[in-house]
Each structure stands twice: as C-alpha cells, then as structure tokens.
Design a protein around this ligand. Sequence first.
Ligand code: ADP
Ligand code: MG
Length: 490
Amino acid sequence: MGYKDKMATTSWGELKKSLRASVNEHNYTNWIAPLELLSLREGVATMAAPSGYVGTYVQRHFEDEILRALTAIDPAVRRIDFTVTPRAPREEAPASAPAMAEKATAESGTESQAQAGADTLTSGVSSAAPRSTSSDALSMQDRMLQPAPLDPHYTFDSFVVGKPNELAHAAARRVASGGEVEFNPLFLYGGVGLGKTHLMHAIAHELKASQPHLNVVYLSAEQFMYRFVQALREKRMMDFKSLFRTVDVLMVDDVQFIAGKDSTQEEFFHTFNALVDHNKQIIISGDCAPNEIKNLPVRISSRLSSGLVVDLHPTDYELRLGILQSKVAAFRLKHPELEVADGVLEFLAHRISTNVRVLEGALTRLFAFASLVGREITLELTQDCLSDVLRASERKITIEEIQRRVAEHYNIRLSDMIGPKRVRSFARPRQIAMYLCKKLTSRSLPEIGRRFGGRDHTTVMHGVKRIEELMNQDAQIADDLELLRRALEA
Ligand code: ADP
Ligand code: MG
C-alpha cells in the first residue's frame, strides 16, 4: 500500500466515473471499474488490473480513452503499464510470479522489481524504452537525464503521409537520415493530435537504429522544467548543465509549455544555444509557430525560428481515410476475424474531426465493441457505438462560411452574391450557395432566405431545386459542388 500515490488514487476515482460515460456501462463494469492507478510519473501511468488478461485487454481496447482521461491529472501522460493487483486471489500462472515480486517490492519501497513485473504484462509496449534498473542505484545525474521513453508504435512506417503533413514528414525524414545538420532547429508545429510527437519519436527510433552511438534525448518541455527545478532545489545545477554536454540530438516536445516560466525558459535558451554552437541537431515542437507562442521573449522565439519551421495542417478527408485504413490493416494482422463493412471508414473519415487522436480513439472503441458483440462492424453499429463522439465532432458549417467560399470560388464579390442583381454570373453562384446552405446546415428555408439579402423562402426552394436538376446535367456544376462541399467539410 505504501507504494500508492494517494493523490493519484483519489483523482482516479473521479476519472473512472467520467470513463463510465464514454465506454458504456458493460465495458465499464468489466474492464475499467477493477483498475487501480498505482502511480503516475514521467508520462507513465502504472495501473493494477485483476489479471494479466484484463491488463492486456484494456491496453488493447481502452488505452486511448484512459490516457485521455488521465491527462486531467498529468497532461504529459503517454503510456500505461499494467501490473497485476497483488492481492488478486485467482491468478493465471504466468502472471503470479511478477505479482508476487511486486508485492515484495511494494513493501520494501523500491520500484525495480515492480517494474520488471509490469514489463512482463505490457504487450511489448515498454521494450524500446531504456529503463532504470533501480531508481535508488541511479546517480542524480543519471536520473535527471533519463530521456522520456519512446513509444515503439510511433515510427515512420506507421505514419501515414498526406497533403497536410507531407512537408513536416519530409523534414523529419531528412533529420532522421542523420547526415550533416542542415537546419537547426527543426521546429514542428500544429494543433493537438496531428502527429508532432509521433514524428519526433520516429526520428529518434530511426537515428538510434542507424547510429546507435548517438545520444538522442527526447523530453517534453515539461520534463525539462521538472528536471531543471529539481536540480535547482538540490543545488546540482552544474550536474544538470553537464548532462546536456553529451547530447547529440535533443528533442523537446510541446515547447509552449515553458513560455513565461522565466528561469526555465532562460535555461532552455542556454542549453539550446550551447548545443547549436556545437552543431548538435535540435528538434522542437510547439502548438503554434515560434513567434505566436504567448509569453515567449522575442529573442527566444526568433532563435527557434532560425532553422526550418514546418507546420502540420489539420487533416483532410483523404489523410483521415488513409490513417483509418492503415490502423484497420494493422489491427487485422492480430485479429483477422475483424470485418468492417463497406463505407464505415469513409463515414468516419467524413464525420470525425481533424484530430487523429480522436479518430484513433473512435476506432479503438469500435474494435472493442465489435469483438464483444462478435459481429461485423456495420454503419449502424458504428453510429450506435460512437454516437457521443460523432455528436461532439459535428462541425457546424455556417451560412457565412458557405457564402464566402462560394463567392471566392466563382470570383465574385460577397455583396453581389447576396445583393439583388439577377444576372446569371451572380444568380448561379447564389443558388449554389443556397443549395449548400440547405444541405450542410440545419437552417430553415426562411432563415436562409433572410441571410441572402432578405429573399423569400420560395426563392431559396426554387434555387435548391434548380441546382439539384443541374447537378445531373452539367458535369462542371457537379464538380464545383463536390469541390466546395469538400472544402467546407475539411
Ligand atoms: P501531437 O503530438 O501533434 O498532439 P501525436 O503525435 O500524439 O499528436 O498524435 C496523436 C495520435 O495520432 C498518435 O497516436 C499518432 O500515432 C496518431 N497519428 C497522428 N498523425 C498520424 C499519421 N499521419 N499517421 C498515423 N498516425 C498518426
Ligand atoms: Mg504531442
């Protein structure tokens, strides 16, 4: 019991309840309710499950959901390690030995064997992460520069490339090839869940494989701060600084985190400069461009912009579909019985937001559900099982947006689109915009009419009808509509 982190346990109780809503009652009772959170540190949550099987199952099916919930306690959490609850009376044979080891160590207070126990139960997830042997045996120096573990799934092979991320991917590949340092730093930025961390880990994996002698260090900015503060507190700043001297490639994820944290950002700046001076490769990620990071001194942000800055754009339909297809293919390698009906992935790619993490979470839940009920994933099952996700990511397209896009597309002024002129070159785009408003928003005909310069609802109705006719006769109009619809729904 002494091993448990009391605070984490308390908040876990609350979080569990929030999961109840997202995984449905049955899954909750069977899989989530029995889990206990033992500790949460350095991005790794250690959880106790009543059996190895439960641990593996939960990992496979609910890891994303749980991770998402856990970010409420620790935004940097990235992985869950499962151990077997020590007091579980019935135990499968292979799991009981580590469980016993853990029980012993839980009392003696060292983590090493407990960790070993945990490792045997994680489905290979932790193998790539360099692990401490025993935290007590580590010197302060070692402990402070333990790089954050890398996720073995985040490789270039599993990264799907599309228009929105092709530049970032190409830049990451170039840096990963480990040739001469061409751009320093490489700064990757983009919204949540677009693949920044994935790309950084992929670079690290690649470099470690091709040049094992390189000291590649990956850290979140938060971990950088944590280690720095710890060094300050323990009056070991010299050690802290010397740690970075041996680094060949430094990656700092989510740098926006340290903006405005004065002494940490200063220290980061020094570390950064020292490494760049020695021609060491640096890779940084952030949630926006360097000059847009709030509270970051210009001197620092301009230094961050001095190499190559590339952004990951929000995903588009094709990329989302590609990612879904690749995840399904990977899943089917292990579960060939999984059947996905035609149209399901297209539906998801169409309906779920740009954040890939949400997309993956949806798929994970769908797989779990399909395996529970033992049947093919149909469109209907998808809608049932994901109704909350689908509702949450429903994007509201506005009438203004449609009018603006259509006007742009046909190269006319917005005032002409809405105004009274009836010449064909304005009237046709106007009808197209009306049609799209009817199809893509939930606005009523009178409401749409009002927003088109106070026109009557019968005018809108006529416009919609006309476009429906033309769609089938005029390939150009059909193409335009398709293009506009995609642009609006992207
Ligand atoms: P970020 O760090 O930008 O918030 P992550 O790198 O953590 O995003 O990505 C979120 C999830 O989406 C991860 O599980 C990642 O593997 C997956 N992902 C993102 N982009 C892609 C992609 N292009 N191909 C495959 N998986 C992706
Ligand atoms: Mg990230």
